[in-house]
Design a protein around this ligand. Sequence first.
Ligand SMILES: O=C(O)[C@H](O)[C@@H](O)[C@H](O)[C@H](O)COP(=O)(O)O
Length: 247
Amino acid sequence: MSNPDVVVHADPELLAAACAARLITAVLDAQAEQGTASVVLTGGGTGIAVLEQVRHSPARDAIDWSRVDLYWGDERFLPADDDERNEKQARRALLDHIPVDPARVHAMAASDGEFGADPEAAAADYARVLAEAAGTGQDVPAFDVLLLGLGGEGHTASIFPDSPAVHESERSVVAVRDSPKPPPTRISLTLPAIRRAREVWLVTTGEAKAEAVALALAGADEVRLPVAGARGRRTRWLLDRTAAPRR
Ligand SMILES: O=C(O)[C@H](O)[C@@H](O)[C@H](O)[C@H](O)COP(=O)(O)O
């Protein structure tokens, strides 16, 4: 794993637009190389803003969306039609506007879905989905791009400091209860699953995230700062000026 790249943009809008352009290019490059592309989406305001910028980009139509596999890094365990669902927000921002193959959109279960109000069963099923996609000998695909946001206290996906999820070393997907960030019940990839990605992109803006960014880049312990453990074969920090470490 190489040292992380850090790219700083002037403001949140420019960050979202530049990240969207980078994502479109990464998907095109992956498809040129291997015929398909796999992208893990994130919830949160910045992650959704990136998807909206993809929607507005004319270059989006250069992608054969029927050959893109879409996953989520985490999900709020709510009814499917709840506006707080990451999936619903992603569909509104982008997926409903592009010709994706529904069979290649791998949403995490909702609390009114086939597993009912059992997040552990929903998490186990998502782990099965990942294992099926990974092929032989692996339990998680080598995602081409895995998008993540982060919280000011250092969470990423739904992995919170000193939580059971941050200590998970075996499973690829876990249920999260009592999340400090509402809603309380979630499903999340674990750090070992995140680290299977070819590229992990931490995308964030705002003064409130600056300390967590600086601590992570300085090599903080992942138990206290889970985002510090969010690494891929290549890791990119895509920031606006207020979230970036002071030079
Ligand atoms: O489901 C979620 O809430 C997200 O996955 C979460 O990890 C989010 O990305 C960060 O909390 C940043 O959110 P903002 O971009 O809104 O600050």
